[in-house]
Design a protein around this ligand. Structure first.
Ligand code: BES
Ligand code: MN
Ligand code: ZN
Length: 479
């Protein structure tokens, strides 16, 4: 894990200097030393400037939004790391010309994520352990911003750690992350923090009547569980945000088996739970004044004698009956029980669920925009503010009364598939269990995972989608 700090120094000894260069405002000394360097966005060049090893990173001539700021910082660090530098000094003055010190948070987050590497095994793991951790310094911050920059930097470190944890969990091979393993890793991650962890194992789930979670979980010999995380940064306040994250550690589809080509990435079907865990970690680590209860329903979706069959009717924790028409629509089943549990037992005042729920959302919005459904304009307004700060992309998808018919079943209270409107139908299914608590739903099936990086702060595989936005949402959730 690399570290980041603000430095008043011009240059840290033995570090690689990083200079960011706009192609419309090149420095004369850079022009002279590397006349061929054009400063195109994310282009890089190594040079010796005034006897110092220096990495030039181009910023192009476009305005720099949050994505571009994070990308530039990530690129600087990943290039520096390729050359085995263990310390980097990023001269960030060009980013502060707009007089916006908040940019420091984006720079720090991008820089830390530029040094992410996949969990690996065997000799590769040994080799990775040898690599020294990286120290990153941000230099060139005007003295009047130093204090604010320091706290933004600390905030970014907490967020980046949360993102890295989420990525590690999502990237973990399915055979090394069974439901009980996931629960254990999250529990370990919360050690030493002000987070109460409770895990309901299979027997407890049976006693409680978590029929929908069990109906999916019983498909595997690796048993399901429900992990509860309670963070009380403001114990005297009654507002408690409920975060529910889909944690299917492997989704084969069950008897409605996925085709082989659709099986790549099935280990990543717990990205919602990983995002929730990462956000709770970041909130607790930075000691935010907020109250959060997180629910992670964990299970596998497989084939066994006890598996669901298409056409089955099951019960649920809420008492509502569910007609299961497709065993591959398992996420909404386990989320239904976790959402019911949150509203019945945890006194949550508003709910957010996050899940890799439908392939349809990726068809609609691709791999960079998450889909949102919400039944409360004020809850949505808080969410929108949060993602504008975090710099993730989301789009609210509308729904109306007529869509509520999508989930009506002829023989049970609801059914788990809809003929059309896959993403809306899946969301409204979950909403049917929220019992009127303000509800917001994030479908991250498109954004949780990238075959190859789309942005420079990503690496192939898990993205950590949702962590930074949930963090920003919850830290502001008490007013
Ligand atoms: N976990 C999948 C959704 C998914 C698909 C995530 C692709 C990431 C990439 C979910 O459990 C699922 O299988 N959904 C089905 C629902 C359908 C059977 C109604 C889908 O989207 O095809
Ligand atoms: Mn599925
Ligand atoms: Zn799934």
């Amino acid at each position: 894990m690399s570290t980041i700090e603000i430095t008043p120094e011009q240059k840290i000894e033995h570090s690689l200097s990083v200079r960011f260069v706009r192609n419309d405002a090149k420095d004369a000394s850079i022009e002279q030393a590397v006349p061929f360097f054009k400063g195109g966005f994310l282009s890089t060049e190594f040079a010796s400037l005034e006897g110092e090893p220096t990495l030039l990173v181009g910023l192009g001539s476009q305005p720099l939004d949050k994505f571009k700021v994070k990308e530039a910082a990530a690129k600087a660090v990943s290039e520096g790391r390729k050359r085995d530098f263990a310390a980097l000094t990023l001269h960030i003055a060009p980013f502060l010309e707009a007089q916006n010190p908040e940019t420091v948070r984006d720079l720090a987050e991008g820089a830390l994520l530029g040094d992410y590497s996949l969990p690996c095994f065997g000799e590769k793991q040994e080799a990775a352990k040898e690599k020294p951790e990286c120290r990153i310094y941000l230099s060139g911050i005007p003295s009047e911003y130093q204090e604010e920059a320091k706290s933004l930097c600390t905030e970014a470190s907490c967020i980046a750690e949360g993102v890295r944890f989420a990525r590690d969990m999502v990237n973990m091979p399915g055979n090394r992350l069974r439901p009980e393993d996931f629960a254990r890793y999250v529990t370990e991650q919360m050690a030493g923090l002000n987070v109460e962890v409770e895990c309901f194992h299979q027997d407890a789930l049976r006693e409680m009547g978590m029929h929908a979670l069990l109906a999916v979980g019983d498909s595997s010999e690796f048993p399901p569980c429900l992990l509860v995380l309670r963070y009380r940064g403001m114990p005297d306040h009654s507002r408690i945000t409920g975060l529910v994250g889909k944690s299917v550690t492997c989704d084969t589809g069950g008897y409605c088996l996925k085709a082989a080509a659709s099986m790549t990435g099935i280990k990543g079907d717990m990205a919602g739970g990983a995002a929730v865990a990462g956000a709770v970690y970041a909130l607790a680590k930075s000691g935010e004044k907020t109250n959060v209860t997180a629910l992670l329903p964990m299970c596998e979706n497989r084939i066994s004698a006890g598996s669901l069959l298409p056409g089955d009717v099951i019960s649920s924790y809420s008492g509502k009956t569910i007609e299961v028409l497709n065993t591959d629509a398992e996420g909404r089943l386990i989320l239904a029980d976790a959402v019911s549990y949150a509203v019945k037992n945890e006194n949550v005042t508003e709910l957010l669920d996050i899940a890799t729920l439908t392939g349809a959302v990726a068809g609609l919005l691709g791999f960079t925009i998450g889909g949102v459904l919400c039944d409360s304009d004020s809850w949505y307004a808080e969410f929108k503010h949060a993602y504008e700060v975090s710099g993730e992309r989301y789009l609210r998808i509308p729904y109306y009364e007529e869509h509520e018919k999508l989930i009506e079943s002829k023989l049970a209270d609801v059914k788990n598939v809809t003929k059309d409107c896959g993403t809306i139908g899946a969301g409204l299914f979950i909403r049917a269990f929220a019992e009127g608590t303000p509800w917001l739903h994030l479908d991250i099936a498109g954004t949780a995972w990238v075959e190859s990086p789309i942005f420079a702060f990503q690496s192939a595989g898990a993205t950590g989608a949702g962590v930074s936005t949930l963090y920003q949402l919850c830290r502001r959730s008490i007013s």
